[in-house]
Design a protein around this ligand. Structure first.
Ligand code: C2E
Ligand code: MG
Ligand code: MG
Length: 510
């Protein structure tokens, strides 16, 4: 085409006028502009697409970070139960009859001290303790898989063939690290732990199965007062039995009728004696008793309080049960008074939940009044744990009781962890050294040192000291030499049914 001829406005062959040069330039210009515009739009479009892709990418990253974070424990940063579920599902799905797969689950639970820290110290302190504990575990285990599956539970999954003794050694090692003290801002706190161990494939395959085994072993260890246990089938039966027991206590207490409680529950009395030793001969100067509840289970026979008190506490059933015990003991003291027996008094254990119950004060007042009991004949035993939970309330309640003449003892002293800041504010009463220290007196110098320190502190604060769990003459001699004059323990007498205690009263009346 000749430029000079210009463009033809119409291409369908119909008659047309040739374009002028100016018109042609104009059209070309228009075309160039259109192309430029298209180019611009294209690059705009490309930029928009790029932006869009970036947004999608960011979103993906964000949601995968979120997903990742959802699979980590918010305090320890360790993989949590979600991650564990996923990993274990994948791990066990790979198993076929010819895969040689073995290993162990170690479930570790922090003890009640951690709960007490959570309840009583600022939350950042309990978080710090939890973080420290997880760091200690990580430092020990590195490559092994550690999951932080519940607030105070860690699961360690060992893959490979391990000797049982190596698994046990590792568990003990972890537990020792956990129980190292945590020292910060003037606090020195200890957290201990209980562990349950199960191995695969011999004790089962699959996450749920193994976790349940480990849980059962842990529960078994906790009940038996051990720091860890290896799973066996026998434990399952025992735990089922425990659940059975739990159900029946609920049934017994739910009825809440005094007649029913009278039928199933009773009080034993264990003497607490004030002694003097002259020429190796023990003289009982004074005595009173601790009332200890027993459950006459219709099928199981006599059940000890350690098997049901904590459950009654958890379920709140301790309130009717504790009330029944107070009335029952008051009735006994009343009878002894009427029979002219020189009863110096009885102390009754009050659980933390009972203590928090607003009624306690009125109940005590009405009991003393209704049974004509002199206030000094009624003692209350509260644990150090109650003091830690509600220090101010306990102090004012105790002061009021003390002024009214009712005595009190601080029970299981030394098993809590930091109530010293409050102990000196309590009115002077009795302080009971926990039997765990007494049991170890002969074994190690550390226990002797702790007992000496408790005695010195208690005397300094004006408390009288009761040593609980004294079983041998050696223990008694040591305690007497250190200045303890009140003794409770099998060496003097086991807890006695009421009839036998009355005989004890008659024989030792002073
Ligand atoms: P606790 O108040 O510290 O009572 C002392 C426990 O030590 C009693 O156990 C007693 O039998 C035991 N004991 C005393 N001397 C010795 C000894 O020389 N050797 C040994 N091995 N043990 C000794 P028990 O009767 O089994 O009571 C256990 C815990 O149950 C009590 O500890 C107390 O915390 C709780 N408890 C008992 N009765 C009641 C109750 O009526 N109400 C509440 N809330 N708790 C109760
Ligand atoms: Mg007690
Ligand atoms: Mg005690």
């Amino acid at each position: 085409m000749n430029a000079r001829q210009g463009f033809r406005g119409n291409t369908n062959g119909s008659k047309h006028h040739p374009l002028t040069q100016q018109q042609s330039y104009h059209i070309i210009q228009q075309l160039i502009n259109k192309v430029k515009k298209l180019k611009h739009e294209k690059s705009l479009l490309i930029r928009r697409i790029q932006d869009l892709l970036k947004i999608i990418h960011d979103h993906k990253m964000h949601s995968s970070r979120l997903k990742e974070r959802m699979r980590l424990h918010s305090i320890s940063g360790l993989p949590n139960h979600l991650q564990m579920e996923e990993d274990m599902a994948m791990f066990f799905s790979r198993i076929s009859p010819d895969t040689q797969l073995s290993g162990a689950f170690i479930l570790i639970r922090l003890d009640q001290n951690y709960d007490a820290i959570q309840r009583t110290l600022k939350s950042n302190m309990s978080e710090w303790v939890l973080y420290q504990i997880s760091q200690r575990i990580i430092a020990l285990l590195e490559s092994r898989r550690i999951y932080h599956i519940r607030d105070r539970e860690f699961l360690i999954v060992l893959k490979g063939s391990y000797e049982t003794q190596d698994i046990v050694r590792l568990t003990k090692y972890i537990q020792r690290e956990i129980s190292q003290p945590h020292i910060f801002s003037g606090y020195n706190v200890h957290v201990h732990s209980v562990a349950g161990i199960t191995t695969f494939p011999e004790q089962g395959i699959g996450k749920s199965n193994l976790l349940q085994n480990a849980d059962l072993a842990l529960e078994w260890a906790a009940t038996a007062g051990k720091s860890f246990a290896l799973y066996n089938d026998f434990m399952r039966e025992q735990v089922v039995e425990k659940i059975d027991l739990q159900n029946s206590i609920i049934k017994a207490l739910e009825q809440q009728s005094i007649a029913e409680l009278d039928k199933q529950f009773t009080a034993y009395f264990q003497p607490i004696v004030e002694i003097e030793i002259e020429y190796e001969t023990i003289q009982i100067k004074n005595h009173y008793a601790e009332a200890l509840i027993r459950w006459n289970h219709p099928r199981l026979g006599l059940v000890q309080p350690n098997q049901f008190i904590s459950l009654a506490e958890e379920t709140g059933l301790i309130i009717p049960l504790g009330k029944w015990m107070l009335f029952h003991v008051a009735q006994s003291v009343h009878t002894w008074n009427q029979e002219g027996l020189q009863c110096r008094g009885v102390s009754v254990n009050i659980s933390p939940r009972q203590f928090r119950n607003e009624d306690l004060h009125d109940i005590l007042k009405s009991i003393l009044h209704a049974y004509h009991i002199k206030p000094y004949q009624f003692h209350l035993e509260l644990t150090e744990g109650t003091l830690i939970d509600e220090p101010l309330k306990m102090i004012s309640f105790m002061t009021e009781l003390h002024e009214g003449g009712v005595g009190f003892s601080l029970d299981d002293f030394g098993t809590g962890y930091s109530s010293l800041s409050y102990v000196h504010k309590l009115p002077a009463g009795y302080l009971k050294i926990d039997k765990s220290f007494i049991f170890n007196l002969q074994k190690d110098e550390k226990s002797r040192a702790i007992v000496r320190a408790i005695i010195a502190l208690a005397h300094e604060l004006g408390f009288r000291i009761i040593a609980e769990g004294v079983e041998t003459r050696e223990q008694l001699n040591f305690l007497y030499d250190e200045g303890v004059r009140y003794i409770q323990g099998f060496y003097v007498s086991k807890p006695l049914p009421e009839r036998d205690y009355v005989n004890f009263l008659k024989n030792t009346c002073v």
